[in-house]
Each structure stands twice: as C-alpha cells, then as structure tokens.
Write a protein that binds this ligand. Structure first.
Ligand code: 5AD
Ligand code: SF4
Length: 453
C-alpha cells in the first residue's frame, strides 16, 4: 500500500473534491495517511480566492520540497501534485516557481490523476492538466467509497456565470454546470446506505442548479431537494452557496415544506451599498436582499441566516461601509464570514484604484465586532432550547462528543462518545460566541425532526 496525504484549502467544494481524489486513487494502491512526512504522494488541493490562500500554498510547497529531498536521499520517492483552483489559475507557473512539483491538475481534470501519476513515474517530467475537458469528470470518477461518517458533501453544481468583478471562480471553475438528477440521487442513496444522515448539497451557485431530470425536463434545486428528502436515512439536508438573485419562490417554499431541510441559509450579500453592489456586478441591490430575507422569514420564521462580506472593495467610501453596517443591523446574522478585498489577477476590480490597507483593517474590525456580537446573541438565544444534535466527532474532554445543531453550531455534550453518527435531543445549557454546550435529553416521545421546527 502506498501512502497518500491530501491537504485541503478553501471551500467545501474542495473538501468534496479531496474525498473524490482519495476514492479515485484507492484502487491504484493509495491509502490515506495523516501527514506528509512518510507520504509517497502529496496533493495540495488549493484555493485561489484571496492572495493569502495562494501564498500559503507556496510556503507549504517549500516545506514539502525538503521532505521530498530527504526521502530521495533515503532511496524513496515522493510525488507532489498541486490540484484545485491555484493549479487552474497559475498552471505551469507553479512548476516554474517550485520545481519539486510533479503534477498540476485543475478542478475539472482531477479524474486524470492516475494517468498523470503513470506519466510522471515513467519519467515524463512534470505534467499539467488544466483543460476544462468535454468528457465528464463526474462520469469518469469511480463510485465514492463508504466510511464518510455521519455527514457528507455532495457537489451538484459547479462553476459560475455571474462574473462578480472581485472573483476568480468563473476563471478557475469554469462555466455553470449542473449534474443530472439521476446521478445526484444515486450518489445520495449510496451515502445514505453507508450511514450518512446529513447531506450538504454543494455548488458555487447551488441555487442556480438546473439539472437534467429523469423525465427529460430541467429540474431546479427545489425539485431536487424534494426528491432527495424521499431517500430513507437522509435526516438532514443543507445547500450552499446561494446567490440572492437565484432564490426563487419554489426554493423558498421548500423551506416550509421539507422537514429535513435545515432552517439555516448561507446567503452572501458582500456589501450593503447599492453603489458597491453595482460595481461588484452582483446583479441585485440592497432592497432585493431585504426582500429575499423577508420572503424566507415569512415561510420559515425560525430560519437563521449567514453571509459573506467584503470590505475595502475599490471605491468603497465611509458611507458605503456604513450602508453595510446598517444592512447587518437590519437583517441580523447568526454567523458570517468577512474579508478584506484582495485584488485577484485577471479580475476587473483588480485594476481599479485600491483602498489603503489601514482603512480596510479598520472597517474589517468594525464589521467583525458587529457580526460577532450578533453571533453571540444568536447563540445565547438558544440557551434552554432542545435541539436535535447530530454527533460527529469526539471532543477534547473524556467521554465528550461534538455535534451540530440545526443551525450548524458546534454543540459539546458530555457522556456522548458512543453517539457519534447519531441524532439525539440535547438541551442547550450555555453559549459562547463560537459554540454551545448541552445536556442529552431522554428520547422518549420527542420526535427529533419536529424539534427542528
Ligand atoms: N477578496 C476578498 N474576498 C473575496 N471573496 C471572493 N473573492 C474575494 C476577493 N477577491 C469572498 C466573498 C465570497 C467568499 C467565498 O470569498 O465574500 O463570498
Ligand atoms: Fe477557493 Fe473558490 Fe476555488 Fe473554492 S472555488 S477553492 S473558494 S477559489
């Protein structure tokens, strides 16, 4: 058995891709290992979204080079592959900057890894695959192996046609593509059969899903969710990431009707200023965002929202930033990610006049203070409630396990180690900004799914 180490950066789509790469290489004799030290093959599955993410990859490659050389001195061999979005964006540049790299493979081509490994092993030098191949990656991948645990990601849509002016995704992941419904259903059935009870549907624009249905028509995400909810064992469904413009009524209604769909929605808005939203080419204004939030809260009043924000986008004035703060105060978020704008090569906003770093820093601090206080308040509002918790992994204390609430909050529970993989009622005892602690409740007559409502 050869040893494979995969390090994953960036988003959940990359987490999914890493799992599929492991599936792909298993029949070729590669078993997973926990670190790069003794690995025969290392894959860095990279992210290109902000400059920092890309910098991290190059410093990691520097460390790997040393390990590779040490291994070679002892007569061994370590193959190094760079996969993911930086691979797609920088291609051959990566090998120029770090000659220890053997393979560069984009997110649409990683099904070709076995053949690439064979070419490198035959002494072909560094090999590169960054085409968006016409042959279907998903068709070429083997079935996923079992043993994923209680929760799993399932990519249903990839790519992006929206071209926000800050974003590399349309260039690294290509045009929007939705998988056929039949394939998604089969994958979900296999996951459920292997013990997965929570599935998160993934796509860069997941709510723009438009997959070929078994009846030959195009199915939207709403229809897909209804279908997946019929699979036995699928107790929880989530989807991410959504674009506000694609939140149609059918999808909003599903939140009222499908009990497995968790009452939590990640809906990035990026900015609260109409002027900046326009400059970002988001294709909606702040009122449209308020409108979506009102519509979804009307059908599902307990829904919690999360979002992404960018501060310091080119041209952002103090007034624009105030509009963002105002939007946050008006909506109220259960959690959120916020970032300083990072100019990305090849994107339209990168060539605009940039906002000074100290202004970005101050704005990020102000925004994060507000978002953290909202998150804490939301978590505290959960104290005393009973939530169904899906236990995922052991906690730090003896006997403790960590699970997730319907709102994705980590919940720490004592005497729960034997419950990993199971869904149980937990009374929330205490809350901090980032997590909850709770106490197991007797299951008696509490129906888990109903509690989520
Ligand atoms: N700079 C900063 N943040 C960015 N994001 C995307 N591109 C950039 C960029 N150039 C953020 C957005 C997006 C999240 C995944 O990353 O908020 O929703
Ligand atoms: Fe990063 Fe975007 Fe690629 Fe995900 S899709 S890894 S967030 S650049």
């Amino acid at each position: 058995m050869k040893k494979l180490f995969i390090k994953t950066y960036g988003c959940q789509m990359n987490v999914y891709d890493s799992a599929r790469m492991a599936d792909l290489l298993a029949p070729h004799g590669y078993g997973m290992t926990d670190g790069p030290e003794d690995a025969d093959m290392v894959i860095l599955n990279t992210c290109h979204i902000r400059e920092k993410a890309t910098d991290k990859v190059y410093s990691e490659l520097g460390r790997l080079r040393e390990l590779k050389e040490a291994k070679a001195e002892n007569g061994g061999r370590m193959l190094i592959a760079v996969a993911g979005c930086t691979a797609q964006a920088e291609g051959a540049e990566i090998v120029k900057r770090q000659s220890a790299v053997d393979m560069v493979v984009g997110p649409q081509s990683y099904h070709r890894l076995p053949e690439m490994i064979a070419r490198v092993t035959r002494g072909a030098g560094a090999v590169l695959e960054t085409e968006f191949p016409t042959e279907e990656k998903f068709d070429a991948l083997p079935e996923e192996r079992s043993g994923r645990g209680a929760t799993a990601f399932l990519t249903v849509q990839e790519g992006c046609d929206k071209f926000c002016t800050f974003c590399v995704v349309p260039y690294t992941r290509g045009a929007e593509y939705s998988r056929p419904v039949r394939d998604v259903v089969r994958e979900a059935e296999r996951l459920a059969a292997s013990g997965v009870c929570e599935i998160t549907l993934l796509g860069q624009n997941v709510n723009a899903f438009s997959g070929e249905g078994p009846d030959g028509t195009r199915w939207g995400l709403a229809q897909l969710i209804r279908r997946l909810a019929q699979i036995g064992g699928v107790e929880r469904l989530r989807y991410t990431t959504s674009h506000p413009r694609d939140m149609d009524d059918a999808l909003i209604d599903v939140h009222a009707e499908v009990e497995q769909l968790m009452p939590y929605l990640h809906l990035p808005v990026q900015s609260g200023s109409d002027r900046i939203l326009k400059a970002m080419n988001r294709q909606h204004g702040r009122d449209a965002y308020f409108n979506v939030v009102a519509r979804i809260r009307a059908v599902r009043k307990d829904i919690a929202l999360s979002s992404d924000f960018i501060v310091g986008f080119p041209g952002e004035s103090d007034k624009d930033f105030d509009d963002t703060m105002d939007l946050v105060r008006s909506v109220g978020f259960a959690s959120a990610f916020s970032f300083k704008y990072s100019p990305r090569p090849g994107t339209p906003a990168a060539v605009e006049k940039q906002i000074p770093e100290d202004v970005k820093d101050a704005r990020l601090q102000g925004l994060q203070a507000l978002l953290f206080s909202q998150q804490k308040a939301f978590n505290q509002s959960c104290e005393g409630k009973v939530f169904p918790v899906l236990f995922e992994k052991p906690g730090r204390k003896e006997g403790q396990a960590i699970g997730r609430s319907p709102y994705l909050q980590p919940v720490h529970v004592e005497n729960a180690l034997s419950l990993i993989g199971a869904l149980r009622p937990v009374r929330i005892a205490a809350a901090s900004q980032g997590s909850l602690t709770g106490v197991l409740q007797a299951e008696n007559d509490v129906r888990i799914r109903e509690m989520a409502h």
